[in-house]
Design a protein around this ligand. Sequence first.
Ligand code: NAD
Ligand code: UDP
Length: 328
Amino acid sequence: MPRVLITGAAGFLGSHLCDRFMAEGFEVLGMDNLITGNMENLEHLLGNPNFTFYNNDVSNFVHVSGKLDYILHFASPASPIDYLKIPIQTLKVSSLGTHNLLGLALNKKARILVASTSEIYGDPKVHPQTEDYFGNVNPVGPRGVYDEAKRFMESMTMAYHTYHGLETRIARIFNTYGPRMRLNDGRVLPAFIGQALRGEDLTIFGDGSQTRSFCYVDDLVEGIYRLLLSDHAQPVNIGNPNEITIGEFAEEIIKLTGTSQKVIYQPRPVDDPMQRKPDITKAKELLDWQPEVLRAEGLKKTYEWFQSLPEEKLYRKEHRDFADFRRK
Ligand code: NAD
Ligand code: UDP
């Protein structure tokens, strides 16, 4: 039975990846320090003999006994308000954490896939973004802690590939959404749906003309799975090229939820990218992959999941208390 270690397992994407690898007949080791994740995302797997959970901060040290065939490094805060609150942890997990996991992969002769991001393109001057674009990142701006750590992660991963001959894969993930997103993580989809469900106005940052391209989680997981099993070490964009303005997106959520609330405008965050859309030519050619789920369908499934949450979660407006982690 192939054995895979998934970091960030209790998070949104990590937990869906655990499900997929379990379904494919892997033994799955999930690792997470729960800084932004939630054990509820993994509850259904606990007790399954093919699943083990390790509560561990991968920035400090990573050890697992026995063989490992694959590692997926998905641990990292991923929402702008998370990484603004815990900037040092964010820098550490994609730099020191990545180094630890590359070392483990080398030691175990495992193939490793790292979760990079469209944020490495910063506020892009090339549109849509192709993998050969180097990006436009402000290293000392508020988003720099995430963007630069992910850029370092790519660089370190490539160095292990060229210098040590390690089998590595780099996925550049664009905005992904679906069930198990944290309602209060600040990302635009849970923010809008949460506001609609609570009967609040939807907060658009800026004038709403900035664009994003949203990929449903099942499509993302399929792309990651195919990339892992491919033989392509260069970065590959995984995302949905269907681009939409945030203003239009708010209108879609209003229609979907039937809320009678309106939109209100708030200041745009510093360095918030103006446009984002993946060029997925490479993924199509190399992996024979492209997204299948239409936004209307994906949003409906996601909304139904949010609707099924207990009422008290809806009103738990307070963001995570990171105090314990900040000391580390
Ligand atoms: P998430 O916050 O739901 O999950 C991240 C998980 O990593 C959490 O469970 C958190 O507790 C864990 N974690 C953080 N630091 C850790 C550490 N030091 N040690 C162990 N665990 C740690 O976020 P997500 O949306 O699931 O994102 C997962 C990965 O995908 C991240 O690396 C993110 O950068 C990347 N990504 C996500 C998106 C997206 O749209 N969701 C887009 C681009 C890239
Ligand atoms: N956004 C918004 N209202 C919100 C949350 C986000 O208008 O309540 C905007 C944000 O400014 C950005 C876009 O939605 O332009 C996507 O933001 P998100 O934090 O989801 O992801 P990212 O900026 O990392 O793509």
